[in-house]
Ligand binder design. Structure first.
Ligand SMILES: Cc1ncc(COP(=O)(O)O)c(C=O)c1O
Length: 350
């Protein structure tokens, strides 16, 4: 079976047509062009705190001032409030809020666009944004609104794809929503450069029917063989079900650390994509980037490399290789426990 056929079997429902490129940014660019040609509309609604890539258009989608380099951003992109429950932009509390943040998409469409959009574009869990994980109802509401105003749903699975969030091959399946267009990259070929935009035959036809497009290295035999091999290896390792078990073990340990250390304000994520938001004070939720910097040093010295993200640089992002073992997860939790103890003492918390 070739790669495009294989991807058609693991992506949700009607997503069957792949267009291979070389990066997540390119995959997202392709998705936007496809949405615009299919809908014959221009405007895109994205979410605040999103990260979409480093091209001019994907930096326009990106909603982090620190990741927007350059001078020319598209006026066709509008940003709605994001479902950041820990720091609710509407100062409400879930579930009493009725997921009011999702309704903001309608406000944005009605007040800042022509009233007809090409797409609503979002990551199932915002990666660079700090592993912000929307509540269960969010995507059903958001996507219904977008479709009502003519838009398709572009789901950016560059970070969440390929079993990362456990239980499903793609993160959006946790929310029971089927996108018209999905993008993927990063883990797709286990380190070799590749991006992919997968869509329905109808959307693909609209784009192909409009004119010529080529990616010189997109879909090259080396990267596609690597991607196919990676998928086979993941299936042999147990696939998303196995990653869910490992993720639950990691999450259980992080939740225990969350109870132990007041510097941890929030633990969130799904599967092997877990974040901890560090704060100086749980009541005021003041971001603690300095504590994160110190934690990095403490964990690195003991052989554990972790990432950070979030607008305030205070979210520790833990997304280990999907081949991680139970023992490695336990070791990582032990190192984190020790390092958090040192940081707490140094910061005078608790
Ligand atoms: C969610 C998301 N989309 C798109 C991209 C862009 O991918 P690339 O760096 O391969 O262009 C990234 C990169 O971090 C990402 O996290």
């Amino acid at each position: 079976m070739n790669l495009a056929e294989k991807l058609a079997t693991i992506t949700p429902g009607r997503l069957q047509m792949s267009y291979f490129t070389n990066s997540g940014s390119e995959a997202n660019e392709t998705a936007i062009v496809a949405a615009q040609t299919y809908t014959d509309a221009r405007e895109i609604v994205a979410l605040r705190h999103a990260y979409s890539g480093r091209t001019s258009l994907t930096m326009s989608i990106t909603a982090h001032s620190t990741w927007k380099v350059g001078k020319s951003f598209s006026p066709d992109v509008k940003h709605a409030l994001n479902p950041y429950c820990y720091r609710c932009p509407l100062k409400l509390t879930y579930p009493a809020c009725d997921v009011a943040c999702a309704q903001d998409i309608e406000d944005v469409i009605r007040t800042t666009t022509s009233g007809r959009i090409a797409a609503f574009m979002a990551e199932p869990i915002q990666g660079v944004g700090g592993f912000i994980t929307p509540p269960d109802e969010y995507f059903q509401i958001a996507v219904e609104i977008a479709r009502h105003y003519g838009g398709v749903f572009i789901c950016d699975e560059v970070q969440t794809g390929f079993g990362r969030t456990g239980a499903h091959w793609f993160g959006i399946s946790h929310w029971g929503v089927e996108p018209e267009i999905m993008t993927m990259a990063k883990g797709i070929a286990n380190g070799l450069p590749m991006g992919n935009t997968v869509t329905t035959p109808a959307v693909a036809q609209a784009m192909v029917g409009q004119g010529l497009t080529i990616s010189t290295f997109g879909g090259n035999p080396v990267s596609t063989a690597a991607a196919l091999g990676t998928l086979e290896a993941m299936e042999e390792a147990g696939g998303p079900d196995r990653f869910a078990v490992l993720g639950a073990r990691l999450r259980g340990g992080l939740d225990r650390l969350g109870e132990k250390y007041p510097l941890i304000g929030d633990v969130r994520g799904k599967g092997l994509m877990q974040g901890i938001e560090m704060v100086t004070d749980r009541q005021r939720k003041e971001p603690a980037p300095k504590a994160v910097a110190q934690l990095f040093e403490e964990t690195r010295e003991r052989g554990l490399l972790i990432g950070k993200g979030g607008l305030y640089g205070n979210v520790i992002r833990i997304s280990p290789a999907l081949t991680v073992s139970e023992t490695q997860i336990d070791d990582a939790l032990e190192i984190l426990d020790y390092a958090l103890g040192v940081v707490h003492e140094a910061q005078g918390v608790g």
